[in-house]
Design a binder for this molecule. Structure first.
Ligand SMILES: [Zn+2]
Length: 344
């Protein structure tokens, strides 16, 4: 939390800081580690890092000690936290109901005081009133509108709840602000003046937005967000199709016939003779509609004269049905000197 009001800050420094935060400070020593290649598991107070499940996701329960009539305010907190830490890293904040006896995770007390966490990371796991948030701001001044105040503070406090100390506490990141609270020890990123955890940020709590190093840092600690696998549809619908079967039969007085059939762009050829008097071919379509066809034939008759045939037309096919059609002669085209053909 960066204070908007200096006098409040001084009051706070005297009372709060000198009590338990000093204990934290003495308990945690600073070490300087900015080497990204060695960052994994280095020193971020292993004890205060929440554990990941076997899928690599860190699931943290969140509950409200005294939810009261603060539906909107609680929703703002949830939104802000999920949209920042919960979106950047592989962390899932769950629950958000009313705390019960023995509730684990982050237990939030709504109180009109100075927002804070009573420890870092898992130090507050299951701790009653482990985090305090202010929704009314009578005893704590905030220079933004209510929603902004609640969201900006929530992002900062949840940074603590994830184990992050104040950025300006770092001995490589000192600024005009007094170090406050426990140090993290594990400097996951270079000193970050834009951190939501840095009081020296000219934008208070970075206006509720994670800085680039905030993202990088939390991802180094908890891993990058894994996109949940999209569930496959229970049963993948087979695409509906239709099969059109066409039969060419050797006619009376015919000894040999060749057919070329273009059906909607797909081509099949037929051949029948006295040894094989019937030929069957199929076309499969996956869309209902009209299909144009063109058919050419060449037929030799028992008197050894050969005649050609030609025809075109269209056939409507629905999907999910099967059709059987035959090649038929529909008459003699005297102008062209060939048989008119069709599918029926
Ligand atoms: Zn803080």
């Amino acid at each position: 939390m960066k204070f908007m009001d200096l006098s409040l800050k001084i009051v706070f420094m005297k009372t709060f800081l000198t009590t338990f935060f000093m204990a934290l400070l003495s308990a945690i020593s600073f070490t300087q580690t900015i080497d990204f290649s060695q960052v994994n598991g280095v020193n971020m107070q292993r004890k205060s890092k929440w554990t990941q499940n076997s899928s690599g996701v860190t699931i943290i329960d969140v509950c409200w000690e005294n939810p009261g009539n603060f539906g909107s305010e609680r929703a703002w907190v949830e939104q802000a936290v999920k949209a920042t830490w919960g979106e950047a890293a592989n962390i899932e904040f769950r629950g958000w109901g009313t705390c019960g006896y023995g509730s684990k995770g982050i237990r939030i007390r709504i109180k009109d005081g100075h927002p804070h966490c009573k420890g870092l990371g898992t130090q507050i796991d299951g701790m009653p009133d482990g985090m305090e948030l202010n929704f009314t701001f009578r005893n704590f001044q905030c220079g933004y509108n209510l929603e902004q105040c609640i969201k900006f503070i929530a992002v900062h406090e949840f940074g603590h709840a994830l184990g992050l100390a104040h950025e300006h506490n770092r001995d490589d990141c000192l600024c005009g602000e007094e170090p406050q609270g426990g140090g993290g020890g594990w400097f996951v990123t270079p000193c970050d003046p834009n951190s939501v955890m840095n009081y020296c940020n000219p934008n208070w709590n970075n206006l509720g937005q994670l800085s680039g190093y905030d993202r990088k840092g939390i991802q180094t600690i908890y891993g990058q967000k894994t996109v949940p696998k999209k569930r496959q549809p229970e049963e993948r619908k087979k695409p509906a199709t239709s099969t059109l079967t066409i039969t060419d039969v050797l006619g009376k007085d015919q000894v040999w016939e060749n057919i070329y059939l273009d059906f909607g762009g797909a081509v099949q050829t037929f051949h029948v003779n006295s040894q094989m008097t019937e030929d069957k071919k199929s076309f499969t379509v996956s869309e209902a509609g009209y299909y144009n066809y063109k058919v050419y034939s060449s037929t030799t008759y028992s008197n050894w004269s050969t005649y050609n045939g030609y025809g075109e037309g269209r056939v409507y096919l629905d999907v999910g049905k099967n059709y059987v059609l035959g090649l038929v002669i529909k008459g003699w085209n005297s102008d062209g000197g060939y048989y008119n053909l069709g599918l029926e």
